[in-house]
Every structure is written in structure tokens, then in C-alpha cells.
Design a protein around this ligand. Structure first.
Ligand SMILES: [Fe+2]
Length: 348
């Protein structure tokens, strides 16, 4: 018997209906590479077929890089052409196509495309982060957290590892809320993350990454990495060997904007666990995540942050105050308006 043989079809059904909202006759591409977990791929194709949709599974050799670094290994035009003609696309590639040229061709030619990024997904993660999640409750909870966050001016974040950072919000900016509602055109990700760019030069304090840093560490850090932050810029990095490596990696770009804080995010997928895979780690319930470096102009108009690369780090068990009212206490939701929904999700 294969791992989670009974649970995976159920998770795939939830993905096809609650997440993608597939309708009879729609064409859904399911892409994978030779590093993908094919049990997940087959289950989603079968669930799409059971909905009356027309699944098209496309498996390719694994490139040795992601995004545009994968282009040279890809049948760029053929892949771009197929993806320009589908209604929905679920990406399970491990060496991901997100931001590759075929992805850009599909987005440019197919404005109604519903793209769902589930790169590196395996059966265990699928059952925990999709199959056992109450998506309707999670959506309601996350939309309320987004509204509360957007309306707060001053945010204060601490963690048991030593994070103590404050910043101000700009309510006119984009607050990206990944609720798992991939039933509308656009680029969608695994549910359970809310990300936004604060007013950058108000970010002051200490941020301690005690989870994953990706890139360049790409696993849990050997010791907490302390970032001293002044006016939105990292001015000091201390910790163990990974801190030294991180400092050297950031400096290697010879780009001062690589030391700028770009965005913060909350993690709110009740099934996510700390595994060393950043896509899952950044959705662990009650973490905060900070991105450094490049930021799209749409996230902080007019310019975003023009930097040569981007990196994300995780702060576990975060406490968050919104204008002095506590939202999270060491990773658990304590805001009175959210308690009921959170308890339903935290204990599901
Ligand atoms: Fe990021």
C-alpha cells in the first residue's frame, strides 16, 4: 500500500473543488518533473477528471535550476504554447517553472489562467496542508487577519529567540493573502500566508531567524541568526556559522539593497510543519517571515526595491501586536475577534 493511499485522493478532491473550483469541460494542466511525487500528480489528475474537467499531465526531465535558470533545459515554446491554452495550471515541478519563460508566455497569452504553485509537494505535505485543512474557515480567518493588519498603523513583533522589531504600515499597499482560492484568474500559492511590505524606513529593532533561511542556507539554521535593523536596513548579522555564511552571501551581490527588508509575512496553514522546505516552513502556524532584497513595484509603489536577488527567513513562535492589541502570543492566536475561528483551525 502506498503512503496515505486513502487520504491523498480526498486531498486531491479538495484541491480540484474547494481550491481550484474546476468546472466540467475545463482544461487543467498538471505539470511535474522527474523529482516530483507522482502519486500527488496522478491523484490530482484523477480528481480533475472526476469533476468533469480535462486533465493534461505534462512531465519533463528535471532542470538543474529554477525559474529562468530552468529555461535552457525546457521546451520553452511548446510548453508556453500548451499553457497558453488551458483554464488552470497546477505546478508540482520540483525545479519550478514559476517565473520561467514558459510561465511568462502563458501569463502574457492567457490572462484568464488560474495558476497554482505547489512546487515540491509530496503526499505527506499534501495530506497535512491541503487535505486536512478546513479551507472555508481558513479563508474567513485569514481575510479577518488581513483586515486587522491593514488597519493597524504600528506593528510590534517579538519571539522567544529574541526578535523585537517595530514598524509602521501603509494601508494603501498590497496585502497578499494566500487563502487557497485559486478559482479566479491569477497566480496562487499554497494557502496559509499573508504578506505585505511595511513602510520600509520605519522598520527598527532586532529580527532573529531561528527557522529556515532560503536561500542560501536552505534548511534550519545551525544557530539563531540575529539581524540588527536600522531604518529598514540590516546593519549587523551575528550568530553561528550560518550567520557568517548569510552575511557573506548577502555581501557577495555587491548591492546595498540586498540588506534591505522587503516584506513581512504571517504563517497560518494549520497543517504546515517545520521541515526545512521554506514553502512549508513559512506557512507554519504562528511564524513570521521576513524577505530581504528584491520587491516587486506592485508591492511598494512606485519602485518596490530593485535588488539583485531575494531571500526569506523564518521567526518561530511569533508574538504580534497591532496598535498595542495582541494578535498572536508566541505563535497562538489571542485576538478576541479571532479566537473562535482560530480554535477551530488550531485543533482541526
Ligand atoms: Fe520573500
Amino acid at each position: 500500500m502506498r503512503l496515505y493511499e486513502y487520504e491523498v485522493p480526498r486531498a486531491a478532491q479538495i484541491l480540484a473543488t474547494d481550491v481550484l473550483g474546476l468546472r466540467p469541460g475545463e482544461v487543467v494542466a498538471v505539470t511535474a518533473d522527474t523529482e516530483s511525487d507522482m502519486q500527488v500528480v496522478e491523484a490530482v489528475a484523477a480528481a480533475a477528471h472526476a469533476c468533469g474537467a480535462k486533465p493534461l499531465v505534462i512531465t519533463m526531465p528535471s532542470p538543474t535550476g529554477v525559474g529562468k535558470a530552468a529555461d535552457a533545459a525546457l521546451p520553452v515554446e511548446a510548453l508556453g504554447a500548451v499553457l497558453s491554452k488551458v483554464n488552470a495550471w497546477v505546478e508540482f515541478n520540483n525545479e519550478w517553472l514559476l517565473y520561467s519563460t514558459p510561465f511568462e508566455i502563458a501569463r502574457a497569452n492567457n490572462p484568464r489562467l488560474r495558476y497554482l504553485c505547489l512546487v515540491g509537494m509530496n503526499v505527506d505535505m499534501m495530506v497535512r496542508t491541503v487535505g486536512r485543512v478546513d479551507h472555508h474557515t481558513l479563508r474567513e480567518f485569514m481575510n479577518r487577519v488581513t483586515d486587522l493588519t491593514k488597519s493597524a498603523r504600528v506593528v510590534h513583533v517579538t519571539t522567544p529567540a529574541g526578535t523585537d522589531v517595530r514598524f509602521e504600515n501603509d494601508p494603501t499597499r498590497l496585502y497578499s493573502c494566500d487563502t487557497g482560492a485559486a478559482n479566479v484568474p491569477g497566480v496562487h500559492f499554497l494557502s496559509g500566508q499573508i504578506s505585505w511590505a511595511p513602510i520600509h524606513d520605519t522598520i527598527e529593532g532586532i529580527i532573529v531567524f531561528d527557522g529556515t533561511i532560503s536561500p542560501p542556507i536552505n534548511r534550519l539554521v545551525d544557530a539563531p541568526v540575529h539581524l540588527g535593523v536600522r531604518r529598514g536596513r540590516v546593519v549587523e548579522i551575528t550568530g553561528g556559522r550560518d550567520a557568517i555564511r548569510y552575511q557573506a552571501w548577502l555581501a557577495s551581490f555587491d548591492d546595498p539593497n540586498m540588506f534591505r527588508l522587503a516584506h513581512i509575512a504571517y504563517g497560518f496553514n494549520p497543517g504546515a510543519r517545520l521541515t526545512g522546505n521554506v514553502l512549508e516552513d513559512e506557512r507554519v502556524w504562528g511564524v513570521t517571515e521576513w524577505g530581504l532584497g528584491y520587491l516587486q513595484p506592485i508591492d511598494a509603489p512606485p519602485d518596490g526595491i530593485q535588488a539583485k536577488s531575494h531571500t526569506d527567513g523564518i521567526c518561530l513562535n511569533s508574538s504580534v501586536w497591532l496598535d498595542g492589541i495582541e494578535l498572536l502570543h508566541e505563535g497562538r492566536v489571542v485576538h478576541p475577534e479571532l479566537l473562535e475561528l482560530a480554535r477551530k483551525l488550531e485543533t482541526a
